[in-house]
Design a protein around this ligand. Structure first.
Ligand code: SF4
Length: 682
């Protein structure tokens, strides 16, 4: 059961990228923090239930070696020795870390430094790859850096908010509440672009049930419309943008072509395009429905193109706006938790950045090229290229595409370490299991979707011998021979180093700069109030970016990127399509105690399936049997299967077993939203 709370402690909700502030009260309740800029006291149902999740239950409390209890010294010695031996025999690229958007920035920083700086491989990737890698790649192409230009306030200041592939009512509820509160006060239109009629669509003035994967065609059509209607901002573009002509040439399509590609009513398309063209303040929000696609990066750039071409960026109520799923996907991006990033938003394609990081870390073996991205990493485990793997705070045996292959890879891998709070399908396949401190026990920082860095503070003891991940990683780094580089004694010290690196030899050339926080004392770090980056000096606080240019591209201009239409991976035929995004707390989903496949009434009738009947769903990778829900909001010829359930909760197993592993060629993000399947009555 939960340990006693230590008193009133401010922290940050661990569930989603909105990053709401919470207050853990001495009476055991967890309430919204009225001082936090993300939520001003609001909480959604998941955040409100946080206190009820503070139960130790079946927590992992001791290290396990081959399933038997061990002490930390034995476990850390074994991990260090096996990684060292593997590297000595097979080289640095024979080992890998697979981490998580649940990790705190300090955990991420230490893991990245150990792998890229000292082991000397780029093989560290994160489950955030599944969530928002396409946004990262799209931002880098357009802005020269991975930056969300706006703030949540922009959704309230906009006159038109376009939600693309984003069921914000369920997945980012507090932000959705803020949007609805603004809409209640003044005219504010919402357009929801989603193949399914989700709860979010009920709050929209217009729902565009776009054909899955056709968002590029939709926004290419918008760019062409804006050009035809003379609704571009040529003055702003002349000063701050480049690439317009090529982007427009790639986007050229007739209105009837757009309607055919998107499957949308031409009148609805015309209404959306007219609203966008005639509304000065427009925010376009996008999340997993855009990112989780083999054309995800192009979707992101097709959206950004429309904002750059109209100068609707970096101004109040304007901008493209990526919202992350996990609580610290942004923090992971900041330290280089993705295999194709270096550190502090610096990149492998910048030789001077490689040299800069090497000198800052005094790194003997700094990686000089990207490592393997999530899906490729597990392919490499399966075919034997990776022989030692450390998984932290994530459960790829259920969550990755082709989950059966992932399990086989883990079973074959000579050495697997898993750090987690709870036993799961991945810990069951580990040689060494390391018990991790969880929310309410950990001490560090996270960054939310509007670039606000907030503290997660501990207010209860970790159960048993569970430890913070950064401490465990640092202990292994020391045992591998790098004592000085991994000698921090507090998360504040890790954070100071991270902040200093972000400003190292940066004469304002890199937007991610928090060097103003590099001199925080331990006490100041502990008391740190939420702060938006960039923070270039003490007392600085970032606002909107790029309204007056200042992009991080070589020319300083925002780039419009040509996004010629190409269909997503997987031929569309008969019955197909899984979209995967649900909550993470089983108790909160008790009203839906099992995964259900949502079918349109027409498909249900054709298959002879009634609500609650069993259906078999089969992809080329696997099959499963689940109950059907008849859903009038489902497009004909498609079905929806949520990703949440695992073997632990349901005999049908994870939807990840079925789904496509087709990858976006730029971001490496898998096509989680779209898998061809066959459905039949059982
Ligand atoms: Fe937590 Fe997200 Fe809900 Fe805010 S919106 S309380 S961060 S789950």
């Amino acid at each position: 059961e939960a340990g006693a709370l230590a008193g009133t402690v401010r922290s940050t909700c661990p569930y989603c990228g909105v990053g709401c502030g919470v207050v853990a009260q001495a009476d055991g309740q967890v309430v919204g923090d009225t001082d936090h800029p993300a939520n001003r006291g609001r909480l959604c149902s998941k955040g409100s239930a946080l206190a009820e999740t503070l139960k130790d239950g079946e927590r992992l409390t001791r290290p396990l070696i081959d399933g038997r209890a061990a002490d930390w010294t034995q476990a850390l010695d074994l991990v260090a020795q096996r990684f060292k031996a593997t590297i000595a025999e097979h080289g640095p690229d024979s080992v890998a870390f697979y981490v998580s958007g649940q990790c705190l920035t300090e955990d991420y920083y230490v893991a990245n430094k150990l792998m890229k700086g000292f082991i000397g491989s780029g093989n560290i990737d994160t489950n955030s790859r599944l969530c928002m890698a396409s946004s990262v790649a799209g931002h880098n192409r357009a802005f020269g850096a991975d930056v969300v230009p706006g703030t949540y306030e922009d959704l309230e200041l906009a006159d038109l908010v376009v939600l693309v592939g984003s069921n914000s009512a369920w997945c980012h509820p507090v932000l959705h509440q803020r949007l609805l509160a603004a809409k209640a006060k003044r005219p504010l239109r919402i357009v929801a672009i989603d193949p399914r009629r989700t709860a979010t669509c009920e709050d929209a003035d217009l729902h565009l049930a776009v054909r899955p994967g056709a968002d590029v065609a939709l926004f290419n059509g918008l760019l062409a419309h804006l050009a035809d209607q003379d609704a571009l901002d040529h003055t702003w573009m002349a000063a701050h943008a480049e690439g317009f002509e090529a982007a427009l040439a790639a986007a050229r399509q007739t209105a009837s072509q757009t309607a055919a590609l998107t499957g949308l009513d031409p009148a609805d398309l015309a209404r959306f395009y007219q609203w966008f063209a005639s509304t000065p303040r427009v925010v376009t929000v996008y999340s997993q429905g855009v990112n989780q696609s083999s054309v995800g990066t192009d979707k992101v750039n097709a959206i950004i193109n429309c904002h750059l071409a109209t100068g609707r960026i970096g101004k109040p109520g304007c901008g493209p706006f990526s919202i992350t799923g996990q609580p610290n996907a942004m923090g992971g991006r900041e330290v280089g938790g993705l295999a194709n990033q270096l550190a502090a938003h610096m990149r492998f394609d910048q030789p001077e950045a490689i040299d800069r990081v090497r000198r800052f870390w005094r790194a003997p073996n700094l990686a000089t090229r990207p490592g393997l991205k999530a899906v490729e990493m597990f392919d490499a485990v399966l075919d034997g290229r990776i022989k030692a793997l450390w998984i932290i705070a994530t459960n790829p045996a259920d969550s990755l595409p082709r989950a059966d292959r992932v399990r086989e890879a883990l079973a074959r891998c000579p050495f697997v370490v898993v750090s987690d709070c709870w036993p799961n399908d991945t810990t069951a396949l580990a040689d060494v299991v390391l018990p991790a401190a969880g929310w309410g026990e950990r001490d560090g920082t996270v960054t939310n979707s509007e670039r606000v860095i907030s503290r997660q503070r501990p207010f209860r003891p970790a159960p048993g011998e569970a430890r913070a991940d950064w401490r465990v990683l640092a202990a292994v780094g020391q045992r591998m021979g790098w004592k000085d580089a991994f000698s921090w004694t507090s998360p504040a010290a890790v954070f100071r180093e991270h902040a200093a690196l972000s400003g190292f030899e940066n004469a304002g050339s890199r937007p991610f700069d928090i060097s103003g926080l590099a001199m925080l004392t331990d006490g100041q770090y502990d008391a740190l109030a939420p702060v938006r980056w960039p923070v270039r000096w003490a007392g600085d606080e970032g606002g909107r970016l790029f309204g007056q240019g200042g992009f991080a591209t070589p020319s300083g201009r925002g780039r419009l990127v040509p996004t010629p239409w190409r269909p997503p991976a997987g031929r569309i035929r008969d019955q197909w399509h899984t979209m995967t995004r649900t909550g993470r707390v089983p108790r909160l989903l008790a009203h839906t105690g099992e995964p259900r496949a949502a079918l349109s009434p027409a498909d249900a009738a054709r298959l002879g399936v009634k609500d609650g009947d069993l259906v078999r769903i089969e992809s080329v990778h696997a099959s499963t049997v689940v109950r059907a829900t008849i859903d009038a909001g489902q497009r004909v010829g498609e079905l929806f299967l949520p990703m949440h359930w695992t073997d632990e909760f349901c005999s049908a197993g994870p939807a990840g077993r079925l789904v496509n592993a087709a990858l976006d060629p730029v971001s490496g993000q898998p096509e989680l939203k779209l898998t061809p399947v066959r459905a039949e009555a059982v």
